[in-house]
Design a binder for this molecule. Structure first.
Ligand SMILES: N[C@@H](CCC(=O)N[C@@H](CS)C(=O)NCC(=O)O)C(=O)O
Length: 229
């Protein structure tokens, strides 16, 4: 086994985030497809949250951990990957701010608008996971899609501007997290604004195959869904 063993699900953008990060980091890792395994006793003994991406790494106090942003922060800290996760406190504040805002505010809207179309499980208590009528579910999905515009605009004017999150020369873990998340917007009726399309291209161009290769799994999955509909 490599130094870092990643459990991942290829069609997921949460997983894509860490898959891109690991490739961009140059760290020694290998990947295992976790499809059908996340609720197994063996998996849950290591990862009680049954979530991917998850890594196994000997030096970690529990031997394994999950949460895409926490994984990237831990590995970047441990290996001094300053370009991907700046140690300068002010730049790091921008990166952390963006990642917390993404996971707390933007991602729930992305998941509520796209998961029903992806046939991914929706979260308990959400309209899509309830016994509500199809009309109500469709209206709730659309409300979430429409609500994405506001946090997206915050990313444009506060975090991204014309460059990368963290105000450096290249993409950080927050750019990886945002660009990967935006892959799923292709499932919505509202296209990404031009600035966001340009931004995603900028992140992908800077990361090269580290981004494009694993992104191919997500894009292939979305294309299959579109062909089938
Ligand atoms: N906030 C988490 C979300 C992780 C997550 O929702 N993982 C899903 C796939 S997208 C999963 O592994 N589900 C499997 C399960 O619950 O059994 C992150 O960013 O890593």
């Amino acid at each position: 086994m490599a130094d870092i063993h990643l459990h991942m699900l290829p069609p997921s953008v949460n997983n894509l985030t860490v898959r891109v990060f690991l490739r961009a980091s140059g760290l020694d890792f290998d990947e295992e497809n976790a499809w059908g395994k996340t609720r197994s006793d063996a998996f849950m003994a290591k990862i009680p949250a049954h979530l991917t991406p998850a890594i196994e790494v000997d030096s970690h106090p529990r031997g394994a951990m999950w949460e895409s942003c926490a994984i990237m922060m831990y590995l970047a800290n441990k290996h001094g990957l300053d370009g991907l996760y700046p140690s300068n406190p002010e730049k790091r504040a921008l990166v952390d701010n963006a990642n917390f805002y993404l996971t707390g505010t933007l991602y729930p809207l992305v998941s509520r608008s796209t998961y029903p179309r992806l046939s991914f499980p929706c979260y308990p208590g959400e309209v899509a996971a309830s016994a509500a009528s199809d009309d109500l579910k469709a209206a709730a999905r659309k409300d979430s899609e429409d609500a994405i515009a506001e946090p997206l605009e915050v990313f444009r004017k506060y975090f991204v501007r014309d460059g990368f999150i963290g105000d450096g020369e290249g993409p950080t873990i927050a750019d990886i997290r945002l660009a990967c998340t935006l892959e799923f917007i292709a499932m919505n009726d509202t296209p990404l604004p031009k600035w966001a399309q340009d931004y995603c291209k900028r992140v992908e161009a800077a990361l090269g195959a580290a981004y494009s290769e694993p992104a191919g799994d997500v894009r292939g999955f979305l294309a299959q869904l579109r062909d089938a509909s």
